[in-house]
Design a protein. Structure first.
Length: 319
């Protein structure tokens, strides 16, 4: 899988005082106040709350009990996870002694067919471009689509279909295409492929293979707050709050080591959501929670690493 890195040079960021604006403990403390994720804008859960859930052995047990354990977290679940939770709660009424995996398996076949229908429509739209692509790219695209269709139409494939890997292969095939507009169109169509974060059918199919306790935790895990390295560690990004932003686990894991402009491609509302987080941080600072230097540094780092796409307004900081 080919990874395209927009910036390779090492960049060092320091606030004016040349001191670390917040310790890890102080930064993590901000997650007690339902900070919105830098990328998706959803409220995040403090990681220590999640760690307590990991040690609850009952999550592997009867769904009736698991539902009771998870209900206090229903409000912070993301939309798809909340829909799946409600589905499991309804199934639990009929099958209270079955665990979460057993309940998902009851629905797997139906949701798998729904997922394949959605995927097939998108794959057909991509395949249409074989007629107008240059011969070299057309042949490569044909081979990719044949292999991909073999995977999604096989009830028990050796390896499950990966949306992320598929999009990466599409980008690699089209990397030298002179028609940039066509390249953009094809990639945008590929990005419409369902993710477990935005389609219930994709969540059910992906998680039905997992243990019952893992399914239960996956309903909450995307909401857990994390420290995101704005400049990836692989590019020697600092391991302190000069280079940290608060991001949910899902967005953090989805980014991998891609630069921020690539992350914005996948999440076009990221600049607006970064402003939501900045507004929340400013509000907390005025209550003597957080650090002015951290907010100012965050603005500068985001502006630079996003190629000026994220320019948060912190004028209220000095009001």
């Amino acid at each position: 899988m080919v990874k395209k890195i927009v910036k390779k040079e090492n960049i060092s960021f320091k606030c004016k005082s040349e001191e670390i604006p917040l310790t890890r403990k102080e930064l993590k403390n901000l997650l007690n106040f339902r900070i919105p994720c830098l990328c998706c804008g959803r409220e995040m859960l403090h990681p220590e709350e999640y760690l307590k859930l990991i040690h609850i052995k009952e999550l592997a047990g009867p769904s009736e009990l698991v539902i009771q354990i998870l209900e206090p977290y229903e409000k912070i679940m993301y939309p798809v996870e909340r829909q799946v939770f409600n589905m499991l709660r309804n199934l639990s009424i009929k099958y209270p002694n079955r665990n979460f995996q057993q309940l998902l398996l009851l629905k797997k076949d139906v949701h798998e067919l729904a997922l394949v229908r959605i995927q097939s429509i998108i794959f057909n739209k991509i395949s249409f471009y074989r007629r107008i692509l240059p011969e070299k790219e057309s042949k490569k695209l044909r081979n990719l689509m044949i292999k991909t269709n073999d995977i999604i139409f096989d009830p028990q494939p050796k390896k499950p279909f990966s949306r992320r890997i598929f999009i990466s292969k599409i980008k690699h095939i089209l990397k030298n295409l002179h028609n940039k507009k066509m390249r953009h169109e094809i990639i945008e169509i590929a990005r419409r492929l369902p993710r477990s974060s935005d389609e219930v059918c994709a969540f059910v199919v992906k998680n039905a293979r997992k243990r019952a306790e893992v399914i239960a935790l996956n309903l909450i895990h995307p909401s857990v707050g994390t420290f995101e390295h704005l400049q990836p560690k692989s590019q020697k990004g600092a391991n302190n709050s000069l280079n940290f932003a608060l991001e949910c686990s899902y967005c953090n894991n989805s980014r991998h080591h891609f630069p921020i402009p690539v992350q914005i491609e996948e999440n076009p509302y990221m600049p607006a959501n970064a402003q939501l987080q900045a507004d929340k941080l400013i509000s907390l600072y005025k209550k003597n929670i957080g650090s002015k230097e951290y907010i100012k540094n965050l603005k500068n780092v985001l502006y630079t690493l996003s190629n000026q796409q994220i320019d948060i307004d912190i004028s209220k900081l000095d009001e």
